[in-house]
Design a protein around this ligand. Structure first.
Ligand code: NAG
Ligand code: NAG
Ligand code: NAG
Length: 510
């Protein structure tokens, strides 16, 4: 254990040095833009293949971690030599800034996952490692040249073998997302899709659309934001939306399982080998969420349109009407709106990341005026497939005669909810107010809306007209309401039946 602790301390030091480097280089000013080409009118440059420095490796399902065959723009024989499949889709994977100058372990994982989902596809990995291991602002400025390289490559493939644009999907991580955007902007025809995996924030947050990933760069641009903590332009991931659909898992700021304590535990147990993942846990989570969508299709995560993280946390955004919800990752519905659509969801801390979302809506009655803040409650949900007990939630406010709405999630599928239990915990601090202040709310009804099934179900106290939720008291039990099983769907069904019989009668008479 002494060894482990020593290693832990060393690594902690490395983590801090790393973070310090990151933040100092992030705050440095951008280098002057010496790579500007968007102001020239000529498109001749795209035919000039002599100055391409990036390399394009066609990886295989058998050897996802090694570059065995490069497709070289200007050398058409390399397309054949690498066994490029001209009939199937092509994924072009673009890495980001690197400290080590080597491919990080996620590259192999993403390549494998893409082949697992699309075995006949071509997965090409762009190697711009040399330009990506410079001082951050230098590498950030290089995204323009690398984007140009990728545009030339894609353009040449199209000229050479008539490869269709709609079969090209660019996937870029961090700085690589902006490379993909610039490439998409410069190609003669629009590529089908760009997926931005936590696009880099520093020097890009306030940059124009020509320099960053933007909705104009492909027919469809989807973006995952997973590490946007901190003030704008200092957060590792870009905070503003840059695609058609921008998804902010867990609010987009920071991901579950990525806190320092967990990090230290992981270092002690797995050592240096996963260093890159540990340090950039939240940033890299964007990639693992996408991988999850490729390999765990039966556990598809859903995201919901919402204005903000805080509104989402109130549970009020779980609607699927008019494209308000969408699938995260590979199977996303390609909904294009004029303005970016911001979407939110919660996830687990490990793969598969899917959770089930529930909005709980409840009205608190009381005769006397009660006014509480920050109250700990626990809710247990019992469903047709399973149950989840003691989901903790801190009620921001609990006032007399007000309705509250909040979000709960379960990592297991409990099916249709049949019963709900709720308990109001008393914080351990003794309070004089408990002596004179009554602290019981009356609840007549509770409504639960499930995001994943869109079912809205009403619950009533099991025995009486009211349930009495007492601070520090027993748990109260609610069961699916019988007379009020008229969730909207059933109401509609009922109406349909009535009309149906009416028309049937009429038809019979005819
Ligand atoms: C681009 O075209 C415009 C109008 O066609 C012309 O005025 C301008 O000089 C051109 N710029 C360059 C750099 O060739
Ligand atoms: C809450 O509403 C009930 C019924 O409308 C009423 O009797 C009660 O006085 C109200 N309580 C407060 C604190 O206003
Ligand atoms: C509840 O109490 C807080 C201070 O404890 C006060 O600011 C707020 O106005 C009160 N709300 C109601 C509805 O009485």
């Amino acid at each position: 254990t002494i060894n482990n602790m020593g290693a832990g301390r060393d690594i902690l030091a490395i983590v801090w040095i790393y973070l310090a480097c990151v933040s100092t280089s992030f705050s440095a000013t951008t280098e002057s833009d010496s790579f500007d080409y968007t102001t020239t009118n000529s498109t001749d440059w795209i035919e000039d293949l002599t100055d391409i420095e990036s390399k394009f490796s066609l990886r295989t399902a058998e050897t996802p971690d090694d570059d065995l065959c490069y497709i070289v723009p200007g050398q058409p024989e390399t397309i054949r030599e690498c066994d490029f499949n001209t009939d199937t889709k092509t994924f072009i994977v673009i890495h980001g800034w690197t400290v080590t100058g080597m491919f990080e372990s996620w590259v192999r994982k993403l390549v494998s996952a893409l082949y697992e989902r699309e075995p006949t596809a071509n997965v090409i990995v762009v190697d711009w490692l040399w330009r990506a291991q410079q001082h951050y602002p230098t590498s950030a400025a290089y995204t323009k040249l690398v984007g140009r390289d990728v545009a030339k490559f894609v353009n040449w493939m199209q000229d050479e073998i008539n490869y269709p644009w709609e079969k090209i999907h660019l996937l870029g991580y961090s700085l690589g997302a902006h490379v993909a955007g610039i490439a998409g902007l410069l190609t003669k025809n629009k590529v089908q899709r760009i997926t931005g995996l936590d696009p880099a924030g520093p020097t890009f947050e306030y940059a124009d659309a020509q320099s960053t990933l933007s909705p104009d760069d492909a027919n469809f641009v989807d973006v995952l934001h997973t590490n946007t903590r901190g003030s704008p332009d200092r957060s590792i991931g870009i905070q503003r939306p840059v695609g058609h659909v921008d998804i902010y898992p867990n609010g987009g700021t920071f991901q579950p399982g990525c806190d320092l304590q967990k990090t230290m535990k992981m270092i002690v147990s797995t050592g240096f080998s996963n260093m890159d993942q540990i340090v950039k846990c939240s940033h890299e989570r964007s990639i693992h969420l996408f991988i999850d969508s490729l390999v765990n299709g039966e556990k598809q995560s859903m995201a919901y349109r919402c204005n903000s993280k805080d509104t989402f946390d109130k549970g009020v955004c779980l609607s699927c009407r008019k494209n308000r919800c969408n699938k995260l990752g590979y199977e996303i519905n390609k909904v294009r709106t004029r303005r970016s659509t911001k979407m939110y969801l919660k996830t687990r801390e490990i793969m598969p990341f899917k959770v089930f979302h529930y909005q709980v809506k409840v009205h608190f009655f009381s005769k006397d005026l009660l006014n509480f803040t920050e109250q700990p409650i626990r809710v247990s949900l019992y469903g047709t497939h399973g149950e989840k007990e003691d989901l903790a939630y801190v009620m921001p406010v609990m006032n007399s005669n007000t309705t509250v709405s909040f979000l709960l999630t379960t990592d297991v599928d409990i099916g249709d909810v049949l019963m709900v239990k709720m308990i109001w915990d008393k914080d351990s601090l003794f309070s004089w107010s408990d002596w004179w202040k009554s602290s019981t709310f009356h609840i007549r009804q509770l409504r639960i809306k499930a995001g994943e099934t869109q079912a809205r179900v009403f619950f009533r106290p099991k025995e009486a007209e009211f349930a009495y939720l007492k601070r520090g008291g027993d748990q109260v039990v609610f069961v699916k309401s019988k007379e009020d099983q008229s969730s909207r769907k059933q109401e509609r069904l009922h109406k349909l039946k009535m009309h149906g019989s009416f028309f049937k009668q009429k038809n019979d008479m005819d």
